[in-house]
Design a binder for this molecule. Structure first.
Ligand code: PEP
Ligand code: MN
Length: 359
């Protein structure tokens, strides 16, 4: 997949970073319009609000439904903002598009379901619309499933696609509601460098106090934008109340964020990367030298009837290396994992000598 296009390109320019804000759910006409008016004043051009809400359990607030589409139209006509809502099936796509929704997004639970993704893709193809589609990562940390969802939408002819990183769920209590697992969006970017990716700190953090730090982290990593849930009275929100912030707080957070321009950091970055290249080069050479010495020891052990694994020697080695590592400020856990991996490869090399080299 390639040839992705920016999801909005007014005057040929894409707003950098791209900011999408608005409530988790559209709850009332007043709440929608009040939020939109402050966001508009703050320079936000894309308004989000869910009207069909996928809830974990029945009985929760499942969204206002189609009635909310009317409020989104008012946001468009009163404030000239682009409006975005979540779709999960054919009917949602048809209704959203016929009501003039500008951008649709596919949620994490839907992205995890290839049947639903295909249904959405087929509907878009049938309607022959060229609408921007945001695709959240699936709830489980499966990058192929995320790419598969993106590919289905891409195959329907949509090129204004944007991936949304909203974290991955794990069992048990964690600091964040959904684990960021930053390496997954980074890997997605490595495979599809021209696919825009934005971060959703609201669903990752699950709590208001994490929004600012997560947003900055995402911008530092080069994400193209943020989607942030905003509610005029978060404590009274009908869904995701702990993670929503007021539009005024959003304005404060945005003002504090440091947007690192790519040009600015390029020179220093490339110098540092060269240093990393050198370190890795040395690391490879040292590892290769170490393995060659291990093979010599293997030959010696074999010739002298000594067994490969000598626990006492390994324990001593581990403890002396850990002391050294501590002096160098390296974490015990990390060094243990490195040494275990190096040791198990050394054992494998020596076993090969025992098996293959004749006396
Ligand atoms: C949402 O954006 O309100 C939402 C339901 O998100 P997710 O699919 O990431 O849980
Ligand atoms: Mn939400």
């Amino acid at each position: 997949m390639n040839g992705f296009k920016p999801i909005i390109s007014d005057d040929g320019q894409t707003q950098q970073p791209l900011i999408i804000a608005g409530p988790c759910s559209a709850e009332s006409q007043e709440q929608v319009l009040q939020t939109a008016s402050i966001l508009k004043e703050a320079g936000i051009s894309i308004f989000r609000a869910g009207i069909w809400k996928p809830r974990t359990k029945p009985g929760g607030w499942e969204g206002i439904g189609s009635e909310g589409l009317l409020w989104l139209r008012m946001v468009k006509s009163n404030y000239g903002m682009k409006v975005a809502t979540e779709v999960a099936c054919r009917q949602h796509v048809i209704e959203a598009i016929s009501s003039g929704v500008d951008i649709i997004w596919v949620g994490a639970r839907t992205c995890a379901n290839p049947f639903a993704m295909q249904e959405i893709a087929d509907t878009l193809e049938m309607l022959a619309v060229d609408i921007p589609v945001l695709i959240k990562n699936p709830v489980n940390p499966d990058i192929e499933l995320w790419i598969g969802g993106i590919e289905r939408i891409y195959n329907a002819g949509i090129r204004r696609i944007c991936a949304v990183h909203r974290g991955f769920s794990v069992y048990g209590k964690q600091i964040y509601r959904n684990q960021p697992q930053w390496h997954l969006p980074i890997e997605l970017h490595r495979r599809f460098p021209d696919l825009p990716i934005i971060h959703d700190p609201s669903h990752v953090g699950g709590k208001r106090e994490f929004i600012s730090t997560l947003s900055q982290q995402a911008l530092d990593m080069g994400f193209d934008g943020l989607m942030i849930e905003t509610h005029p009275d978060p404590d009274k929100a009908l869904s995701d109340k702990n993670q929503q912030i007021t539009p005024d707080r959003l304005v404060e957070i945005l003002a504090e964020l440091q947007c690192r321009t790519k040009e600015h950091s390029d020179e220093l970055l490339s110098q540092l990367r060269h240093q990393i290249d050198d370190c890795d080069h040395e690391l490879m050479e040292v590892l290769s030298k170490r393995m060659s010495i291990c093979r010599q020891i293997g030959r010696y052990k074999k010739d002298n009837g000594i067994s490969i694994v000598q626990n006492k020697r390994y324990d001593e080695l581990l403890s002396s290396r850990l002391t050294h590592a501590q002096e160098l400020g390296l974490s015990d856990d990390f060094i243990k994992r490195v040494l275990e991996s190096v040791h198990s490869e050394s054992v494998r090399q020596q076993s090969d000598i025992f098996k293959n080299e004749k006396n």
